[in-house]
Design a protein around this ligand. Structure first.
Ligand SMILES: Nc1nc2c(c(=O)[nH]1)N[C@H]1C(S)=C(S)[C@@H](COP(=O)(O)O)O[C@H]1N2
Ligand SMILES: [Mo]
Length: 366
């Protein structure tokens, strides 16, 4: 099917949205792409069933036994690997905090039509696999190779372009990033929705780089022009802006909403007295968290920090609050070792990428 025959022409441009109101199409997406339950921020490692999901098309149900990973294109020594080959290679298990670049999209105004995330598109898993760099070295990119692309099994349309999900990294980025070829999550083979039987994890970058259902690793002599690389995941000021690529995760923190919820309104009820506020903070590119502050009644207080769960994983924070009666708005914000601080107000982006504005929690203390 080409552009002219596309029966969904109307979805090629901007789709009308209204802040705080979601279309049936978006609710449908949200029912597939579940988010982390904020109460599970209490755990260092997110149980696999509570890890957020972002699936653009349909989950391809692949056969582990016959799955092949091909290294092709501009490599001197192209080869193929089975899952048995990959499991027999040197293994590494790393805790990595993954966050979707669209996390926080609903907090922007006007927001864009896409997965309507609020705060919950984040999670930390123990990923097991073999480091990718030695395999690329073994395949040996030709002298004129500039990028390596990662092509997946899932296929669909976006803006009238049919494509397999795919992303690329430059050879320089591959040198700097500890990319892992992953077959297991939290000690179990990858679940279908998380990329079974094989995916990559690109630690420190937003989730779009961590290609699931991986089938082909190709050496390219020209930059990759796949849809998910050049048509989206770019920071843009307006529709005509070619934009800059979305890469490392921006500094962020979240709080477990204290107290208990009211089912209908989702507002929180807290008992007066001592309340242990807690949550997690993380930043991208392996940069550690140096500070978390909590705002109560318009004043910011320093929280206590725990140890990071890993170089590429989040840090726990706690703050003892003496809750006084009445309505309160609580917020938290993190600072990283590069001095980057979470903004209180969202930064504008056309597609709603990387909104790391401080989380706001409404509570009523009684
Ligand atoms: N093949 C493929 N890989 C993919 C995606 C996808 O739709 N297809 N989604 C990406 C995005 S946008 C994110 S945020 C992460 C989500 O990984 P998870 O669902 O395991 O949390 O996978 C990435 N890898
Ligand atoms: Mo994402």
């Amino acid at each position: 099917m080409n552009k002219q025959e596309n029966p969904f022409q109307m979805y090629q441009g901007r789709i009308e949205t209204q802040d705080d109101l979601f279309s049936r199409a978006e609710v449908g997406l949200a029912n597939r792409n579940s988010g982390l339950l904020l109460e599970s921020l209490a755990l260092d490692i997110t149980p696999s069933g509570l890890h957020y999901l972002l699936i653009h098309f349909d989950v391809p149900l692949l056969d582990t036994e016959h799955h092949q990973l091909a290294f092709d294109g501009a490599f001197e020594n192209p080869f193929q690997l089975t899952m048995t080959d990959i499991r027999a290679m040197p293994q590494k298990t790393v805790p990595v905090t993954l966050e979707c670049a669209g996390n926080g999209r609903s907090g922007l105004s006007p927001r864009s039509h896409s997965m309507p995330w609020m705060y919950e598109a984040v999670g930390t898993s123990l990923w097991t696999g073999t480091p990718l760099a030695p395999l690329i070295k073994k395949a040996q990119p030709k002298d004129n190779a500039v990028e390596i692309s990662f092509l997946a099994a899932d296929y669909g349309y976006d803006k009238a372009v049919g494509h397999h999900y795919g992303r690329s990294l430059t050879l320089k980025q591959l040198d700097e990033l500890d990319v892992l070829l992953v077959h297991s999550m939290n000690g179990q083979p990858l679940l279908p929705q998380h990329g079974a039987p094989l995916r990559i994890i690109v630690p420190g970058w937003y989730g779009m780089a961590s290609v699931k259902w991986l089938r082909t690793i190709t050496a390219l002599t020209e930059p990759f022009d796949g849809f998910q690389q050049v048509r989206t995941y770019r920071y843009r000021e307006n529709d005509d802006d070619p934009g800059r690529p979305v890469t490392a995760i921006r500094v962020k923190s979240l709080m477990i909403p204290p107290g208990v919820p009211d089912f209908g309104s989702r507002k929180r009820i807290v008992e007066a007295g001592p309340v242990a506020l807690t949550g997690r903070a993380w930043s991208g590119g392996g940069v550690p968290i140096t500070r978390v502050e909590v705002e109560i009644g318009g004043q910011w207080f320093d929280a206590d920090l725990g140890d990071a769960v890993g170089q590429y994983a989040w840090t726990k924070w706690t703050y003892d609050w003496s809750a006084t009666r009445g309505p309160h708005i609580l917020r938290c914000r993190a600072t990283d070792a590069k001095g980057q601080v979470q903004p209180v107000d969202p930064r504008w982006d056309v597609s709603g990428f990387a909104n790391n504005a401080a989380q706001k929690v409404d509570v009523f203390v009684r």
